[in-house]
Ligand binder design. Structure first.
Ligand code: SF4
Ligand code: SF4
Ligand code: SF4
Length: 346
């Protein structure tokens, strides 16, 4: 009852009422170019690249904001649409330095790809260089205003996805610009994750790798029990960046500041690499066999003197489920106490 039929590029499409033309086309495997659209965000309609022709409409409409209607006839590719999209891109590029050779986003930039796809080799009327206020930065993120196309993805992501609202758009005499509320920002990097160009970048990443140099390895974040899905970007055997996996539960691309930026410890010189035993107030390095023998001896002494309930165990949220299971088995079945807990429960 809630299904309707329309035709997109001569292809009959059956889809749910309430979807946009862009969603219906995507579900039917038809690609419409976009820049500001992001599937986790409400449609913005600012870039006007997704314009399509609809029979009966005097002007092309934006596919990301126009709902489907029964019997609609939609065209997504034509000479007119190519020209309109080319012009929309030229307007963006008039205020955008094509400094791709020194931009961290090169190789993973939607504007770079679209400039190529729409065969733009020159801009007819380059606008005068805008006079930007200094960019916003925290320990982990940096706003690069010259490369920002004010698509507003980051604004909506910060508001709708993170429920923080630390970014806004302000009208200035130099055109619209982003403003940031430092007191609200938690450096989660969601704005970096959704930015289609090099407007929002990781501060530490500056010119350390190119996107095509890294191998992407999917894993589960080790920090807490939520189990967020991550992509580790690895160059020469070292993790250089972490991003959220967009289409995976439970996080759908989101990560907290620890999950996204807290991986430096892996390569820290201060990491413990062997067990340490404290003797006469000083730690000394020990083998695992020596350390485990000492623990067994101490546990046996405590149980003999005070009973098994004198011992308690707290397993770590960074452990895998199997290790937590073994930990409670050790305490219940071997030591003989139910004093066992998990730090993520509190
Ligand atoms: S944001 Fe994209 S188009 Fe702009 S300089 Fe960087 S790579 Fe090039
Ligand atoms: S920083 Fe990126 S996501 Fe935010 S408005 Fe600029 S281009 Fe869009
Ligand atoms: S880092 Fe997170 S909180 Fe800060 S501006 Fe970006 S999305 Fe908002």
């Amino acid at each position: 009852m809630n299904m309707i039929r329309l035709t997109i590029d001569n292809q009959e499409v059956t889809t749910s009422k309430g979807l946009t033309i862009l969603d219906a086309a995507k579900n039917a495997g038809i690609t419409i170019p976009t820049l500001c659209y992001h599937e986790r965000l409400n449609p913005i309609g600012s870039c006007r690249l997704c314009v399509v022709e609809v029979d009966g409409e005097s002007e092309p409409v934006t596919a990301c904001t126009t709902p489907v209607e029964d019997g609609m006839l939609v065209t997504t590719q034509s000479d007119l649409l190519f020209r309109l999209r080319q012009n929309a891109l030229k307007l963006i590029l008039a205020n955008h330095p094509l400094d791709c050779p020194v931009c961290d986003k090169a190789g993973a930039c939607m504007l770079q790809d679209l400039t190529f796809e729409y065969k733009i080799t020159s801009i007819d009327c380059p606008a005068p260089k805008r006079n930007f206020i200094p960019s916003y930065q925290t320990t982990f993120i940096k706003h690069w205003p010259e490369r920002c196309i004010v698509c507003q993805r980051c604004v909506n992501a910060c508001k709708e996805v993170q429920c923080i609202g630390a970014i806004d758009v302000e009208k200035t005499e130099d055109g619209p610009q982003l403003t940031f509320n430092r007191d609200k920002c938690v450096s989660c990097g969601e704005c970096v994750q959704v930015c289609p160009v090099g407007g929002m970048l990781e501060k530490k990443s500056s010119l350390r790798w190119r996107s095509w140099e890294t191998t992407k390895i999917r894993t589960t974040c080790p920090y807490c029990g939520v189990g967020c899905q991550q992509l580790l970007h690895v160059k020469n055997g070292k993790i250089v960046q972490v991003t959220g996996v967009e289409d995976a539960e439970p996080n759908k691309g989101r990560l907290c500041v620890k999950g996204r930026y807290g991986f430096d410890f892996i390569y820290s010189e201060d990491r413990l690499k062997t067990p340490l035993i404290k003797e006469n107030g000083q730690f000394r390095e020990a083998s695992w066999d020596e350390a485990l023998d000492l623990i067994t001896q101490k546990f046996t002494e405590i149980i003999a003197k005070h009973g098994p309930d004198a011992l308690a165990g707290v397993s770590c949220a960074r452990s895998i489920n199997e290790d937590s299971y073994n930990m409670q088995k050790l305490f219940r079945a071997v030591i003989g106490t139910n004093n066992i807990d998990h730090c993520a429960r509190t």
